[in-house]
Design a protein around this ligand. Sequence first.
Ligand code: FAD
Length: 345
Amino acid sequence: MTDTDVAIIGGGQAGLAAAHVATARGLRAVVLDAADQPGGSWQHYYDSLTLFSPARHSALPGLPFPGDPDHYPARDEVIAYLGAYTARLDTPVEFGRRVTSVTTAGGHFAVGTDRGPAVTARAVVAATGEFGRPYRPALPGLDTFTGTVLHSSEYRRPEPFTGHRVVVVGAGNSAVQIAAELATVARVTIATRAPLRWQSQRILGRDFHWWLATTGLDTAGWAPGLIGRLIPVIDDGRYRAAIRAGRPDRRPLFTRLDQDVAHWPGHPAEHIDTVILATGYRPDLGYLRPAAALTAGGRPLHRGGVSTVVPGLGYVGLEKQRSFASATLRGVGRDAAYVLDRLHP
Ligand code: FAD
């Protein structure tokens, strides 16, 4: 069993940024990741995924994103970048180690995995993202639906849905991107409770992320509720044009599903083949229950990523953890530095 200063759970971008910062602070660290290879959850995202932020605003600390700084990297470029970042780290990254429990005793943490006890440490950084815990809301009649129900985490490419009648539920970037892609091969409705909110990719000739960085909005420590309301769908014009053309069309959420039929406000009831829930995720932190670090619903009790109930425990990569950028490639480095400076391992 390894004894170290900081055990970092999760080797996606958030865990890698934490490892980089720990090494820079002169701390001994080890990263434990359940997957077999580097790349975090990017290796499970849909094939066509392209970053909404250009390369210059998509780097982790210490290694620029390769290629033209103004290009929008594809999913596989991100996987390759995270692989290169992992290989350059001075911190050991152990793959194939799923953490199942974190316990505390006498100022030390014991980290257990599915292959037995792994690490004792003076501090723990939880950086396991959300992909392992998709959120599936109880929509009216969904339990009676006889067609296919997928969460967006299970969606890869449009071809299997050719000719289908598909409803994508959700109002975020993934919902719009998946619905627009599917609408090239299927009849697709994007169903949202409220109208979609848009953010133009470019403003006065500059990418939106340049403005966020230049104005300081990207790092402003806003109230989480306000940050939540400010996350729009980023569009270079293509998605709004597609929705105006009705491919996909946008409607308020169906009132109910009844077996294979959707009942809509203001539209005739109709047969549906597939419902895709692009309804987001929740933090995947069940291994922290033995340390009593979570709410009953599994959410971390923290301020800015520092646990308010377990000294020495921190988080990196939580949505809205400290700022607009917290759960993004460009934001995790800043949050990792903030958290590690407050864990005092
Ligand atoms: P993950 O990438 O999920 O990595 C978590 C790691 O923890 C994984 O490697 C997993 O194997 C490991 N793990 C999980 N549980 C355990 C356990 N119990 N024990 C050990 N290891 C464990 N961000 C941007 O900056 N730009 C974008 O354009 C962008 N597009 C996105 C598009 C989609 C569809 C989604 C879903 C997200 C997007 N994001 C984007 C947001 C964010 O950058 C990604 O979600 C990113 O993958 C989050 O990184 P992470 O390290 O926090 O988590």
